[in-house]
Design a protein around this ligand. Structure first.
Ligand code: CA
Length: 231
C-alpha cells in the first residue's frame, strides 16, 4: 500500500485531498508545516510527497531541496503560480510533476498514480549492462549502478534513463521522452526534459559538463552513448 504525505497549509484542501487519496486506496499522512514535513520524511516510509509551494514556515522549494538531499522520494508540487519559471524551478529541484492551483482533485490523484507507476518495475527484467559495465540497470531491483556505485534516481530520472537504455544509440526527441517518462500525453515544455536530464547527469556522469552516458544530439534530443554489453 502506498503512503502519501500531503503538505498543504490550507486545512480544508488538505482534508479534501486526504479523502481523495484514501478513496484511491492510499494511506495518507498530512501536515501544514514544511518543517514537520521534513521531519516526517525522516521518520516515515513515504511513497510520495504532495508538496504545496506556498507554506507559511519553510518555502516549498526549500522543503523540496531538503527532501531531495536525503532521498529520491517522488515529489508532486502544488503551485499557485502559473509562471513557467516557477514550474521549471520546481522541476529543477527534482519534482516529478506539478499541478497548478486551482485544480481538480481527481486530476492530482491521476498524476500521483502516474508517478507511482513510473517507479514500478516495467516490462524489462533482470539486469542489463552497458559500456563494459560502466552502467548497470537492474530492472527487478530497480537499481542503477554507475562505475560500480549505486545511484538513487527519482522515478522520472529512472524512466528517462531506462527509456534511453531500451535502445542505445537511438535518438529520442524531448517531447518523446517527456511523454514516455510521464506515462501520459503531456503538453510539456522542452526545458522540462532538459531539467531532468541535467539532474540525471549530475548523478551518473563523471563530468556532467562533458556527458558520455546521456548524450545531447544537436537539433535532435538525447541518446544513450554507451553500447549494450553482450551477456
Ligand atoms: Ca499554501
Amino acid at each position: 500500500m502506498h503512503t502519501v504525505l500531503v503538505v498543504e497549509d490550507e486545512r480544508k484542501l488538505r482534508e479534501l485531498l486526504r479523502g481523495y487519496f484514501e478513496r484511491a486506496g492510499m494511506s495518507v499522512l498530512t501536515t501544514g508545516s514544511g518543517a514537520e514535513a521534513i521531519e516526517m520524511a525522516r521518520t516515515s516510509e513515504l511513497s510520495l510527497v504532495v508538496l504545496d509551494l506556498g507554506l507559511p514556515d519553510v518555502p516549498g522549494q526549500e522543503v523540496a531541496r531538503e527532501l531531495r538531499a536525503r532521498s529520491p522520494v517522488p515529489i508532486v508540487m502544488l503551485t499557485a503560480r502559473a509562471g513557467d519559471e516557477d514550474r521549471i524551478r520546481g522541476l529543477e529541484l527534482g519534482a516529478d510533476d506539478y499541478v497548478t492551483k486551482p485544480f481538480v482533485p481527481r486530476e492530482l490523484v491521476l498524476r500521483v498514480q502516474a508517478v507511482l507507476r513510473r517507479g514500478a518495475p516495467q516490462g524489462a527484467t533482470g539486469a542489463e549492462s552497458f559500456g563494459d559495465g560502466e552502467l548497470v540497470i537492474d530492472h527487478e531491483r530497480r537499481e542503477v549502478r554507475v562505475r560500480g556505485q549505486l545511484v538513487h534516481l527519482t522515478p522520472t530520472e529512472w524512466a528517462l534513463l531506462t527509456s534511453l537504455a531500451s535502445a542505445p544509440g537511438r535518438v529520442y526527441s524531448r517531447s518523446e521522452l517527456i511523454n514516455r517518462t510521464r506515462g501520459y500525453e503531456f503538453e510539456g515544455y522542452e526545458r522540462t526534459t532538459d531539467s531532468h536530464v541535467k539532474n540525471l547527469r549530475r548523478k551518473i556522469e563523471s563530468d556532467p559538463g562533458d556527458p558520455v552516458i546521456v548524450e545531447t544530439v544537436l537539433g535532435g534530443g538525447y541518446r544513450l552513448g554507451l553500447v549494450r554489453d553482450r551477456r
